[in-house]
Design a binder for this molecule. Structure first.
Ligand code: CTP
Length: 413
């Protein structure tokens, strides 16, 4: 079974959906073309914060960026100093795109300078950096620029090749700002080969636990395991070492993921306890049976005797994990609700369970369970909540992993 064919959702993930981008804008005439780029990034589902350099405001003003992004625009490192804006912005970004990148910005970035808000954010962020240079051909081919591009690429920065064609004035050559579509495709491609979980251990639970009543019957739930398997697939693609504890799911093993098949809550609890210590993040996406029969009959109970069941409560695995967790370990819970204010319920559960992140969805009328798509609230203990609307479970998985990466990266918070 290949990795692709075991995908719980074979459609391409909508990589943009809900992901946080920073769009830096350098001071070149192509800044006006970045307006179209911003529009297209937003159409693709990205949430974009624009950071124009002071010089770029000569070409496109802050009001335009605010109107197009729907967010406030900050250009000055010295505003709101008490909020340490560059650290906050650096933290939320899943990728930083600078378009256009001028020759001067290439030089400052290659030199590790931090003399304005944008370069401070770049230095303070662990997010991948995608640069879209645009300048006159002489500047692009200048030995200093060539060396700067080489330095940046050697550090893992993606520097797009400018297009060849007519430039401002009478110049013709390489230096044109690429079509927006090419840049949007490069952003998606960069996301697709992100290895930002390399070396991290992620423990994920999936499916629904079953509690045997007798050798034939059990107490169970409708969970298919699709969300947990999507999380495992997304995590392994991003370089994580993944343990997947799967309860009663019919989905096939995922290549590269250490699979642990379990049946009951007690089985799951035992396996999770064994693996928890080494995990940097634990995601409890399984639907855990809250109770089990006090007595499990070794023989089939005849219908004459099958009138009532005495139940006892199962251990709350997630609560137990949060009470005994390692410092810096990230915990993620899921909640399936059928009534009331989803986000509010999610927030309450996040606090009650003592977790960092919780995804809450409405499963009334048979929604979500067994389906490829999901809708719900991501509730976060430190970052903004987000309403995830009608996206694939794989896209949701990447979004949750983005948040885990950002929390893993800043252990001192
Ligand atoms: N969970 C768990 N152990 C349990 C029950 C739930 O680890 N015995 C985890 C689930 O995997 C999920 C989260 O806790 O990540 C929330 O599950 P949910 O069933 O919504 O929470 P409960 O505490 O059981 O609350 P409720 O009374 O609403 O069912």
């Amino acid at each position: 079974m290949t990795q692709e064919s075991s995908t719980p959702d074979n459609r391409p993930a909508n990589v943009g959906l809900g992901r946080e981008l920073i769009l830096g804008v350098g001071g070149g005439i192509a800044a006006y073309k970045a307006c179209d780029l911003l529009r297209r990034l937003k159409e693709s589902g990205y949430l974009v914060t624009v950071i124009p350099t002071q010089n770029s405001l000569n070409f496109v003003g802050a009001a335009t960026w605010e109107a197009l992004s729907g967010r406030p625009v900050e250009t000055n490192l010295w505003n709101n100093v008490h909020k340490v804006p560059h650290i906050q912005l650096a933290k939320i970004a899943s990728m930083i795109v600078i378009a256009p990148t001028t020759a001067d910005l290439l030089a400052r970035l290659a030199g590790g300078r931090a003399d304005d808000l944008l370069t401070n954010v770049v230095l303070a962020s662990k997010a991948p950096l995608l640069l879209v240079p645009a300048m006159h051909p002489e500047m692009w081919l200048n030995a200093a620029t060539v060396a700067n591009v080489q330095t940046l690429r050697s550090r893992g920065v993606t520097v797009l090749e400018p297009d060849v064609g007519a430039l401002t004035g009478s110049d013709i050559g390489q230096g044109r700002f690429p079509e927006s579509q090419r840049i949007v495709a490069a952003v998606a491609e960069n996301f697709a080969r992100k290895a930002d979980l390399h070396g991290h251990r992620i423990l994920i639970t999936a499916g629904g636990t079953r509690e045997a009543i007798d050798p034939v019957r059990y107490i169970g739930n409708r969970s298919s395991g699709k969300q947990g398997f999507a999380l495992a697939l997304a995590a392994v693609r991003r370089g994580a070492l993944v343990d997947l504890v799967a309860a009663n799911s019919e989905l096939a093993d995922i290549e590269g993921v250490r699979m642990h098949r379990v049946e009951s809550t007690a089985d799951m609890f035992a396996k999770v306890s064994e693996l928890a210590d080494k995990a940097d993040a634990i995601i409890m996406s399984a639907a855990v049976a809250d109770a089990r029969p006090v007595n499990r009959s070794q023989t089939k109970i005849s219908k004459e005797q099958f009138h009532s069941l005495e139940l006892e409560t199962n251990p709350d695995i997630l609560k137990h994990l949060s009470e005994s967790r390692n410092a810096n370990q990230i915990l993620v819970g899921f909640a399936a609700e059928t009534a009331g204010d989803l986000r509010e319920k999610g927030s309450q559960k996040l606090k009650a369970k003592g977790v960092d992140l919780l995804y809450v969805n409405d499963v009334s009328q048979g929604q979500i369970f067994g389906e490829d798509d999901s809708t719900g609230w991501i509730v976060d203990s430190t970052e903004q909540d987000f309403f995830f609307q009608a996206g694939s479970k794989l896209a949701l998985a990447d979004l949750l992993l983005d948040r885990i990466v950002s929390k893993l990266g800043y252990p001192n918070d």
